[in-house]
Design a binder for this molecule. Structure first.
Ligand SMILES: [Cu+2]
Length: 159
C-alpha cells in the first residue's frame, strides 16, 4: 500500500459515521439503545453477494505474524459506515472469534474489527499460534445482511 493510500484510509477513519447516519433516511433508523437491544430488520443481500478473503490463503503459515489481509466482495459495493445505499456495506474482520448473532450490530473490539472508512485491507500483527480470520459485511449500522455476506473462516498459523 502506498503512503498516500494509507493517509487516505486514515482520513476516512475519522469520518463521523454516527453523525452521517443521523442525516440520512430517518426511516432506516433503528431502535438500538444502550442495552444493546435492536429491533431493526436486516437489510437484504442481493443474489450472488459474496465476501472472500483474497489473502492470506486458508492454511497459510505467516512467519513473524505480520500480514496484510485483503478483503474481496462480489455483487455488492463498499461504502463507509453510515452511508445508506442499497447493496453496499463495509467490511468487518473477525479474528479468533465468531459472531454471536446476526441480528445486532457487529461488536467493535480487538477481535472484531470495523472498516467504516470503506477499507479493503488491513495490516495485522498476530502472536504465535493458530488464528482464524473471517470477514462479515455490515450495513450502515454495522448489522450483517440477510442472508449474511461473510467469507469462509480461514485458519492461519504463526510459527
Ligand atoms: Cu462496522
Amino acid at each position: 500500500m502506498t503512503r498516500v493510500a494509507m493517509v487516505m484510509a486514515a482520513a476516512l477513519l475519522l469520518l463521523p459515521g454516527a453523525a452521517l447516519a443521523q442525516d440520512q433516511n430517518p426511516q432506516n433508523q433503528t431502535a438500538q439503545n444502550q442495552t444493546g437491544q435492536d429491533t431493526k430488520l436486516r437489510a437484504k443481500a442481493p443474489d450472488g453477494a459474496r465476501a472472500y478473503i483474497m489473502w492470506p490463503n486458508n492454511g497459510a503459515v505467516i512467519s513473524g505474524g505480520k500480514l496484510w489481509v485483503r478483503m474481496g466482495l462480489q455483487n455488492m459495493g463498499v461504502a463507509p459506515a453510515g452511508i445508506r445505499k442499497d447493496d453496499t456495506g463495509h467490511h468487518h474482520l473477525l479474528v479468533d472469534t465468531d459472531l454471536a448473532t446476526y441480528d445486532e450490530p457487529i461488536p467493535n473490539n480487538k477481535q472484531s474489527l470495523h472498516f467504516g472508512g470503506g477499507q479493503t485491507e488491513v495490516r495485522l500483527e498476530l502472536p504465535p499460534g493458530k488464528h482464524t480470520l473471517q470477514m462479515v459485511l455490515g450495513d450502515a449500522d454495522h448489522v450483517p445482511f440477510d442472508p449474511p455476506v461473510m467469507s469462509q473462516k480461514i485458519t492461519i498459523t504463526v510459527p
